[in-house]
Write a protein that binds this ligand. Structure first.
Ligand SMILES: [Zn+2]
Length: 203
């Protein structure tokens, strides 16, 4: 393993693409290499056991649940880690500029930061914090799930339910990975249904 000091490593992509597994594997490798590592996770994601980061394939890593970047900063003042991991970074609370500034401050202190997060929401819009952080990365990995319709590399997490809120915590019951083409086809069908219903309503 290379000597990592003050590097920003980002794992992004859609749901079911292996982001959290990659973050977990990296944290384990840093730990084996003798680095003092801490993993954090925004408390909004309470799908699984508290204080554990759990991947969709059900492996887990001990992590600290936090609400915002300030809690991470405070925690690190006491723990003096060499490596910080933040899973589901798109859900981290706090002002985006402040999150970016705090991460830059960690890097300036030679702390390596590993992030995992969704690049886009279910409509294909970028998550702002991930969009801000991606160009700053030393190492950026875009992961791909497999499109459930055609088997090519997926591009987005398509929401199967009718919820329109941006954040709906869920797994395979609520979301499916789709490639761009299948996503656009699915959208066209959904819009067709909406239009048809509107026409019928008017009659
Ligand atoms: Zn497809």
């Amino acid at each position: 393993m290379h000597q990592y000091k003050g590097k920003l490593i980002i794992h992004t992509g859609s749901m079911f693409s292996g982001k959290t597994s990659s973050l977990e594997r990296e944290v384990k490798r840093f730990t084996i290499a003798g680095y003092n590592t801490i993993a954090f996770k925004p408390s909004i994601d309470t799908r699984y056991e508290k204080s554990e980061i759990v991947t969709h394939d059900n492996t887990s890593l001990k992590g600290v649940l936090v609400d915002n970047i300030d809690e991470i900063v405070e925690y690190c003042k006491v723990q003096n880690p060499d490596v910080i991991a933040i899973d589901e970074v798109q859900f981290l609370g706090g002002d985006i500029k402040k999150i970016v500034a705090s991460i830059n401050e960690f890097l300036a202190q030679d702390i390596t930061v590993i992030l995992a997060g969704l690049d886009m929401d279910f409509t294909g819009q970028a998550f702002e914090i991930v969009k801000e952080l991606m160009p700053l990365a030393d190492y950026l990995y875009k992961h791909h799930a497999v499109c459930v319709k055609c088997g090519t590399d997926a591009w987005v997490s398509h929401r199967k339910t009718k919820d329109t809120e941006r954040v709906v915590i869920g797994a395979s019951k609520e979301y499916e990975p789709l490639c761009r083409r299948c996503f656009l086809e699915e959208k066209a069908i959904e819009e067709d249904i909406v239009n048809k219903n509107q026409v019928e309503f008017r009659i």
